[in-house]
Design a protein around this ligand. Structure first.
Ligand SMILES: Cc1ncc(COP(=O)(O)O)c(C=O)c1O
Length: 436
């Protein structure tokens, strides 16, 4: 078969394809696999019970169930649901939103495909614009969505703050941000996948004014964030205004299978997203909005996020860090301070092998993580060694899998450092020297 240039987009060895492939294969593997790689949410019993209860409610409520299955939705997404959500956001946060500010998409991943291509690439005046990622590492799923022949990202290295012997934190390096006329939008995930960083209210405010000054939108990817599923462990304020494009998702509440994303934005953008929905998919799926309509009406959506989902992940994060301390006391490991999301971002400074090589070695031992180098879209051509010294480890898997996985990661990293140490001087000091 002969394919157009369009096909290059899908056979490029994309990181997100491999991640999702690993995830699917792990589910059906006959060998035991510690799946610490994918973005699957954890099994949280209280959430599962809520969704079962809501499903039963749908099934016993007249013809609601049949309507959900038997009718296409409108391309903007279910109107009653959008109204309920707008009421919730207005009453809780004073945001001036109505159903016109909301569109549903088939997962928020597909929303990024549309948004990034709306704000980057070739413009009518002949300019080529980019999406500014003010702080990489950033979400692997952004990397390959651009349909332009030219790169669509301009990405900024973070400042690295070493907090104590174990932790570090990335900060937005505002001195390095050059937001010129070639920037069509700014985008940041909050919390950030892969690092668990939550950019501070102050950093967000600065990005918000930068975007407003330049009259370009600020896209906030809240797939793990505010107001739901609320997987943020420190203080952070949910923000929205007419210049902010807030992307939310039902996935990390525990519903990745229903593929439902939500965009809250200015009506003119929502109209374009609606057009894209109609053209590419006819309509978004009805299942997600139908299933969570009642908990949106009652506000339980927000209370479950704060009282169930957030504390669950906070405890799991704590346990995973305790395991790292136990398994890696001799290794030059640093963990990005865990402020949200469902991952730990481990930095092995001076690691003698690349994170991709480590990924391969771990995979051979049945442990799936993600190599750090895929999380620097727009910085790929850069030779910053740090990008190859990090891995992303999910702590949402079963506790035993996380424990087994972390123990094996420790063994493999130790062996990588020792191999060099042995062929060099064979001492523990060599490990220290490589790391420093
Ligand atoms: C930061 C971030 N944004 C967006 C998505 C897309 O999620 P979904 O398409 O399931 O809504 C993910 C998925 O893991 C993510 O981690």
């Amino acid at each position: 078969m002969e394919f157009s240039n369009f096909s290059k987009q899908f056979n490029s060895g994309s990181g997100i394809l491999r991640l999702m492939d690993d995830l699917g294969q792990a589910e059906h593997s006959e060998q035991p696999v510690s799946m610490l790689g994918g973005g699957n949410p954890a099994t949280i019993e209280a959430m599962e019970q809520t969704f079962r209860r809501e499903m039963e409610r749908l099934m016993s409520d007249g013809r609601k169930f049949e309507q959900m299955l038997g009718n296409y939705d409108s391309p903007q997404g279910d109107l009653p649901f959008r109204e309920l959500l707008a009421e919730l956001l207005t009453s809780q946060f004073n945001w001036e939103v109505s159903a016109k500010n909301i569109a549903i998409t088939n997962g928020s991943q597909s929303a990024f495909g549309v948004l990034f291509n709306l704000f980057s690439g070739e413009f009518a005046d002949g300019t080529h614009k980019h999406i500014l990622l003010p702080m990489t590492p950033e979400y692997i799923g952004y990397a390959d969505v651009g349909l332009s022949d030219k790169p669509i990202f301009k990405s900024i290295k973070p400042r690295i703050e070493r907090l104590d012997d174990l932790h570090f934190k990335y900060r937005v390096d505002f001195d390095e941000i050059d937001c010129g006329d070639d920037i069509g939008a700014i985008c940041v995930s909050r919390p950030t996948n892969p690092t668990g960083n939550v950019i501070t209210d102050n950093e967000l405010e600065r990005l918000r004014s930068l975007a407003a000054d330049k009259e370009i939108p600020l896209i906030i990817d809240g797939a793990y964030g505010l107001p739901f599923p609320g997987i943020i462990f420190n203080q952070a304020t949910p923000v929205w205004d007419n210049n902010i494009v807030l992307c939310l998702s039902l996935s990390k509440l525990g519903l990745p299978g229903v593929r439902a994303g939500i965009i809250v934005a200015a009506p003119e953008l929502i109209e374009l997203v609606t057009g894209a929905n109609a053209i590419f998919t006819l309509a978004p799926g009805r299942f997600g909005p139908s299933l969570i309509s009642e908990i949106t009406r009652s506000g339980e959506l927000l209370s479950l996020s704060q009282k169930v989902v957030k504390p669950y992940y906070q405890e799991r994060s704590h346990k995973a860090i305790t395991l790292i301390k136990k398994e890696m006391p001799d290794l030059p490991v640093r963990v990005h301070v865990s402020e949200g999301a469902i991952f730990l971002w481990l930095w092995f400074e001076g690691m003698p092998i690349s994170s991709e090589e480590l990924y391969q070695r771990l995979k051979a031992r049945g442990v799936l993580v993600i190599a750090g180098e895929h999380f620097f879209p727009g910085l790929i051509e850069n030779d910053w060694r740090h990008t190859k010294e990090c891995i992303r480890v999910s702590y949402a898997a079963k506790e035993q899998d996380v424990a087994d996985g972390i123990a094996i990661i420790a063994e493999e990293v130790r062996s990588a450092y020792q191999h060099v140490a042995n062929s060099d001087a064979g001492t523990a000091e060599t490990i220290d020297r490589i790391a420093s």
